[in-house]
Structures are given as structure tokens and as C-alpha cells.
Write a new protein. Structure first.
Ligand SMILES: [Zn+2]
Length: 189
């Protein structure tokens, strides 16, 4: 993921706090970070030695799962293998059905799926960077009864909360709906 919440797109490993400034020819002009070892980020040491990234809009399945496990451990002390398995399966299905889906959207579809499976996943809402559904820009928030997200890049995209909810429902149904299970509103938000 990219933005305030960022991690290694290949493994979900955390990134270094400080930026590095490698030589220009390696593409490091603006400063980049290194993935750091973490037990929940599988395979961080395989081919990620010396990797430089600030996160991506779209991560691999393993990257999303690593981020999920890491943030779950931070929110809850005990690992939950049933939850890990459910998350791994859901991520695989979401990614298989939606080529190029942004992490910000995949994360909400995942949270909704796990919520519908009976898991407590409200903590997930603190661990993603919301994006405009029209252009992928980061959001800004107006304070009201509840904060309202709007596109930081284009005034014409306006308030986007409702559109994000609709999009999550749509993607959810495309992957998980069955003849007797279909959602038209979210339970997580
Ligand atoms: Zn936008």
C-alpha cells in the first residue's frame, strides 16, 4: 500500500522509517525505503534484500496478507490461525477476480468478507489509505457528524464515501455472492 499506510508490495513487510537516497540511475531521486525483516511478512528475505520502495497502489496477494497478519498482531495479541486462513483465501479470490484492484479497495472488500464470516475486523479500518474511486488520489476529510472523504486532486470528484461503499459492495458481490447471499450495504462501515 502507498500513502500514510505503506508496506512492501511483495511481502507486506514494514518499510524503514527513514528514506534512503540512492544514486539517480537507480531511480531513487525522491528517496525510497527498505523493507525490514518481520516474522509475519513471509519471504521478505527472498529477493527483497536491497529492495527499495515506498509501497505501491497495488500489492501482491502475499503483500496484502503479510500486512494483514502484521496489523492483526498489533491490534490483538494472539495470532488467530482460522482468521489468517480465511483472510488468505479471501485475498486469493478477490485478486483472482479483479486484476489490478487497488489495495485500498481490496482491503475493504476483505474486511467486509471477514466481518460477514463473523470475525471482529473493525481494527482493519485503521490500517489502510483510502483512495478516490475515480482517480486513485488520496482523500482529504471534512469534519462533520462523521468525517466525510473527498478527492484531494479534483473538485469534480467531490465527496466519495458513498461511491466507495457502492464499489466495495459491487466487488464483494462479484466475488462472494451466491444464490442466497448478496449484499447491498456494508456491515463494516
Ligand atoms: Zn479523484
Amino acid at each position: 500500500m502507498l500513502g500514510q499506510v505503506r508496506f512492501d508490495p511483495e511481502t507486506g513487510a514494514p518499510l524503514s522509517q527513514t528514506k534512503e537516497y540512492p544514486p539517480y540511475e537507480r531511480g531513487g531521486g525522491a528517496g525510497v525505503r527498505s523493507p525490514e525483516p518481520h516474522p509475519d511478512a513471509e519471504g521478505w528475505h527472498v529477493g527483497r534484500e536491497g529492495a527499495l520502495t515506498n509501497g505501491e497502489l497495488e500489492s501482491s496477494s502475499l503483500g496484502l496478507l503479510g500486512h494483514f497478519r502484521r496489523t492483526h498482531r498489533a491490534a490483538r495479541d494472539e495470532p488467530n490461525t482460522a482468521l489468517d486462513r480465511a483472510a488468505a483465501l479471501a485475498i486469493k479470490r478477490i485478486k483472482a477476480d479483479h486484476d489490478g484492484i487497488y489495495d485500498s479497495l481490496a482491503w475493504l472488500v476483505l474486511a467486509e468478507r471477514l466481518c460477514r464470516k463473523g470475525y471482529w475486523v473493525v481494527w482493519m479500518l485503521d490500517h489502510f489509505t483510502p483512495r478516490c474511486p475515480h482517480c486513485g488520489s488520496s482523500l482529504k476529510f471534512k469534519l462533520g457528524a462523521g468525517p466525510i472523504g473527498y478527492c484531494a486532486s479534483s473538485a469534480s470528484h467531490g465527496d466519495v464515501d458513498e461511491q466507495i461503499r457502492e464499489l466495495v459492495c459491487e466487488r464483494y458481490n462479484e466475488t462472494f455472492a451466491t444464490s442466497d447471499h448478496y449484499i447491498d450495504q456494508l456491515e463494516i462501515v
